[in-house]
Design a protein around this ligand. Structure first.
Ligand code: ATP
Ligand code: MG
Length: 487
């Protein structure tokens, strides 16, 4: 029999657990944390289940708070580790009839551990651990762990009708753990997929995000589609299925979207980029014109940005994420003819995309390109564009940066405007380039007076030295940029 070495568990968990036992109650570690321990994964949270009632738990732990709805008491610890800062203790409970596919009509206390385990979603989540290190496994969760299977506890039909979110949890867990969904459980998802519509959008979003953030995100989306869940939650993505593309693409729009997401996952890109990769072409079905190798999708990024905003709003994503993904999708077609383009056009593009978003646009472009299955837009061109954009951001070195200006020169030297004013400023700039601390107004005013005593030829020579120096600095920066972007 598998045992777990109790003393290897975090002391925060052990202390709380032992206090419950010492107070005379039954208490077990239960759910996801046992599953994760057995899989050698770090648990995201630690749950204890007990026959102590919430008031009794609170008496033992004055530093606790009670979440009434689920009979759960949270006990705060001193741990800095967010997975250990609150340990949740839940009284054994069982669930009665569900008539709305999401809320049990009432939640009742249970007397026995067994009843509490029965209400849990999957066999691998219905394992418990007693204080001696023994695994309690009523539903063959250990066998399913070994075989990497997600199997509903009890009759899957009933369980998904009770709480339709469990269907998404099944797919999410399969993605996170690299498991398969057991065949009858999968069949029940297919038959009950439409009940997902009764679930709060926030709960759907949380599972959807976990799928997207898992290493099997693309497989997860495909599982959502195959089971019929995707058409319920994001029908716009199903519309892309089998929409053929032109000669620049190897895959249909849906497959291309999944491949782009897959690449974003492989590169460990953040949520916003993964969402943008998945949805960047979502406007294509609506804008497609013609058929075959010459079909077009004009303005699909404009239409697509609106669609993606709708999707993310519907799923109650935070505004910040919606705005970012909208912007990425809206401008993902950015393009410059790098060999002919002017610096002004480069600057306009940089402004439109936003300097702070540039790296993200390049990441999205990378995912788009790899996801298309045909090498287009040679990476060299992209690197060259990056180089140009960075070059366009450079501030020119000019006398404007000085803390004095032409008027100061004219006033102090009592001369009219003319080339001499420029020579003096450039001579000052030379000094400031050598030593930036000299860009001090009082110092420079004094220097104007001194420089005024030089002959015109001498001033002009100083100005020329400055110009040479600026050229040398600029070409050195350019050389470094070229090196950085390998162009
Ligand atoms: P995670 O690794 O994301 O924490 P988890 O399986 O631990 O995954 P939690 O939301 O922490 O998920 O839930 C803890 C436990 O509560 C689960 O392992 C499962 O036993 C039970 N549970 C959670 N949600 C449901 C549900 N919708 N229906 C039945 N049991 C559930
Ligand atoms: Mg958990």
């Amino acid at each position: 029999m598998t045992k777990i070495e109790i003393n290897s568990l975090p002391s925060e968990v052990l202390n709380i657990w032992k206090r419950l036992i010492e107070s005379g109650y039954e208490a077990y570690l239960v759910g996801g944390c046992i599953r994760d321990l057995l899989l050698n994964r770090k648990p995201k949270d630690w749950d204890i289940t007990t026959n102590a009632k919430p008031e009794e738990i609170q008496k033992i732990f004055p530093n606790s708070f009670y979440e009434n709805r689920f009979f759960t008491v949270g006990v705060k610890t001193d741990s800095k580790d967010p997975t250990l800062s609150v340990i949740e203790i839940t009284t054994f409970r069982e669930e009665s009839k569900y008539s709305d596919f999401r809320h049990p009509d009432e939640v009742r206390f249970a007397e026995r551990l067994e009843d509490d385990l029965k209400r849990r979603d999957f066999t691998i989540n219905a394992l418990a651990l007693d204080i001696n290190g023994n695994i309690i496994d009523i539903f063959n969760g250990m066998r399913d762990l070994k075989n990497k299977l997600i199997r509903a506890v009890g009759d899957p039909e009933d369980r998904f009708k009770e709480d339709a979110l469990r269907m998404m949890r099944a797919i999410r867990l399969a993605c996170e753990l690299d498991f398969k969904i057991e065949i009858n459980t999968l069949k029940a998802i297919k038959e009950n997929a439409s009940f997902i519509q009764f679930i709060a959008k926030e709960r759907i979003r949380d599972e959807f995000v976990k799928i997207i953030m898992s290493k099997n995100a693309a497989t997860g989306i495909e599982l959502l589609r195959e089971t019929g869940l995707l058409i319920e939650i994001i029908p716009e993505l199903v519309q892309c299925y089998k929409v053929g593309q032109n000669k620049h693409h190897k895959f249909d729009v849906y497959t291309h979207s999944l491949k782009s997401l897959e690449y974003a996952v492989k590169k460990n890109f953040p949520l916003e980029i993964r969402l943008a990769a998945l949805f960047h072409d979502i406007g294509k079905p609506l804008t497609k014109q013609g058929e075959g190798p010459d079909c077009t999708f004009y303005n699909h990024e404009i239409v697509g940005a609106k669609i993606v905003r709708n999707i993310l709003q519907r799923l109650r994503f935070p505004k910040k994420i919606i705005d970012k993904v909208y912007h990425l999708v809206r401008h993902h077609m950015f393009y410059l003819e790098v060999d002919k383009v002017t610096m002004a056009a480069v600057r306009r593009l940089a402004r439109r995309l936003g300097i702070e978003n540039l790296e993200d646009f390049f990441k999205l472009r990378e995912a788009d390109r790899i996801g298309s299955g045909v090498e287009k837009a040679a990476p060299y061109r992209l690197r060259y564009l990056k180089y140009l954009i960075h070059k366009a951001q450079l501030e020119p070195i000019t006398p404007k940066q000085l803390k004095v200006n032409g008027n100061d020169v004219m006033e102090i030297l009592r001369i009219p405007s003319g080339p001499k004013v420029g020579w003096v400023l450039k001579a000052l700039l030379n000094e400031v380039i050598e030593n930036p601390q000299k860009n001090d107004r009082d110092y420079l005013l004094k220097r104007i007076e001194e420089l005024g005593r030089l002959k015109d030829e001498e001033l002009k020579a100083l100005a020329e030295i400055t110009e040479e120096k600026i050229k040398a600095i600029e070409s050195e920066i350019d050389r470094k940029l070229k090196e950085q972007f390998r162009v």
